[in-house]
Design a protein around this ligand. Structure first.
Ligand code: HEC
Ligand code: HEC
Length: 458
């Protein structure tokens, strides 16, 4: 199993990279102002500046983060990113007194995040605004437990003190123009709310486009792009397969630019949910057009990481409190496993699943059964633009699409043998072999759009 990720081995090297990235960023600054697309709202422009501003980071850390430090676009000298970074797990500013000392999860793309009912792999947040406030005052910016008031004060300070350094407008002017307020007269919380609103307005239009080779293939063959309202994704997959088979029988199926026979083979495996071979069953969770059902599933990645550290079978023996006694969210169960921290694991959505209101509750299930079933569940990530967001999975443990698929194949075999604790029932139905991996990867690469710089940078 490959586990290296694209980690830069030492901190000095990372800092150098950040320095190069900032240099590239500065180079772009001049271009940015002249290239601003005309249809971008003043609010989104303000949000863009706040998103790139590293002054909200704690002054006590060894590096200054902004949202764009981990959600890169063209700032990364290693290539365009779909607003993700290049680490297995995002680095937080280093603090001697940080009791966790660990990095975050893998930074996912934030394209289409505005469409997701819950945010973060574990569904911690229900809105972009909520996420922004917690992020600006949390570990991503180097703030520790108990420092939230200081972090909030700093946000107001930065907004008030911002002079027109190198920018056409100061925050003062921008807040006046966008929200008709003078920042001096606002309370700290009012400033923070508007900052969250502006950054969210900047992120909302960050959507993947339906212009990838896959979308062209769907169009050219007049296939349906997404399940009908209320239609089960697997049923949609069956209909797509039948339609492709009928076009092939009439020799009318058109392969299109960037969508070749290999990708077609991969697509078929992807949408096949029954049979005896090449059953990807991927569509069950990765439903088009975004290739996510926005729901939470356990495909075994947390177990795999935990067992890698503590030995095969150890995750199955991990003691996890019952619904009645569990204090959630739990620091112990939102942690990266490490040799020195036996018992610390990442149980994902288990931490935030609401026993009363979760849409994942099924009829006649007890609280206990439900919470057990939520162990190790994570939000299904979108599969669009994967080439711009490696490494993969919430652990960032898989540097290539092929290695991620190899792991899913291995875990599905384990699930069939009953060896994945609380595996999603759809995992065992996934039945692929080595020969299916190349076509599946070829298909997944047809979901990469041509990222247009001008539309994404302002
Ligand atoms: C230190 C790196 C880091 C910084 C700084 C950072 N993020 Fe993130 N971001 C992450 C990671 C890691 C995740 C995944 C978190 C998780 O699931 O636990 C994430 C998740 C997200 C998501 C959710 C995506 C999804 O699919 O649910 C959004 C939206 C987002 N970040 C926006 C922001 C904004 C806005 C800022 C600035 C206020 C920011 N991030 C700052 C690393 C970072
Ligand atoms: C039971 C639901 C389910 C099924 C079936 C499933 N996946 Fe996933 N997939 C997920 C979840 C959940 C994750 C995130 C897991 C994590 O990080 O812990 C994921 C992650 C991935 C990733 C990594 C994406 C990223 O950005 O990190 C890829 C690639 C992927 N799946 C492809 C596939 C393919 C191809 C298939 C079919 C062979 C498939 N999946 C079947 C739910 C599913």
């Amino acid at each position: 199993m490959i586990r290296t990720g694209s980690e830069i081995p030492c901190r000095a090297a990372r800092l150098k990279l950040v320095a190069i990235a900032s240099f590239v960023l500065l180079g772009f600054a001049a271009l940015v102002q002249s290239q601003t697309p005309a249809n971008v709202s003043a609010e989104a422009r303000l949000g863009a500046r706040l998103f790139h501003d590293d002054r909200f980071s704690t002054p006590a850390g060894d590096l200054m983060n902004s949202c764009s430090s981990c959600h890169l676009f063209d700032e990364d000298p290693q290539g365009i990113r779909a607003r993700a970074d290049f680490f297995s797990r995002s680095w937080v500013p280093f603090r001697m007194e940080d009791p966790r000392r660990d990095a975050l999860r893998n930074a996912p793309t934030i394209f289409d995040a505005a469409l997701m009912p819950r945010l973060h792999f574990d569904g911690e947040f229900a809105s972009l605004e909520e996420l922004v406030k917690a992020t600006l005052t949390g570990r991503p910016m180097g703030w520790l437990e108990g420092e939230q008031a200081r972090a909030l004060d700093l946000i107001r300070q930065v907004v008030l003190a911002d002079a027109a350094t190198g920018n056409q407008e100061s925050y003062r002017t921008q807040f006046k123009n966008v929200y008709s307020v003078s920042v001096e007269s606002l309370s700290r919380d009012e400033v923070v709310n508007l900052v969250a609103k502006a950054i969210s307005a900047y992120m909302r239009p960050m959507k993947s486009e339906r212009t990838a080779p896959y979308d062209r293939f769907i169009e050219a063959n007049k296939l349906e792009a997404s399940p009908a309202t209320g239609e089960d994704a697997k049923e949609f997959g069956r209909r797509m397969l039948a339609r492709i088979a009928s076009l092939e029988a009439k020799q009318e199926l058109k392969l299109t630019a960037g969508f070749d026979a290999e990708a077609l083979k991969g697509l078929k495996t992807f949408v096949t949910s029954s049979g005896s071979f090449s059953v990807g069953n991927c569509v069950a969770c990765h439903a088009p057009p975004l290739f996510s059902d926005f729901s939470f599933h356990n495909v075994g990645i947390s177990q795999s990481e935990y067992d890698h550290v503590h030995g095969e079978g150890s995750f199955s023996e991990l003691e996890i409190p019952s619904a009645a006694s569990a204090v959630r969210p739990s620091a112990q169960f939102r942690e990266t496993p490490a040799a020195k921290k036996r018992g610390c694991a990442d149980l994902g959505y288990w931490n935030f699943a609401n026993l009363k209101t979760s849409p994942l509750r099924i009829a006649n299930e007890s609280d206990e059964q439900f919470l057990q079933r939520m162990i190790g569940t994570f939000k299904t990530p979108t599969l669009r633009n994967l080439d711009f967001s490696p490494p993969y999975m919430h652990t960032g443990g898989f540097p290539t699409i092929e290695s991620a698929l190899g792991e899913l194949m291995r875990l599905s075999e384990m699930a069939r043998a009953g060896e994945v604790r609380e595996a999603d029932k759809e995992l065992a139905k996934l039945s692929i072999s080595e020969t299916d991996i190349a076509p599946l990867a070829a298909f997944l690469r047809t979901l990469n759009q041509n990222l247009n710089k001008a539309a994404h940078r302002y």
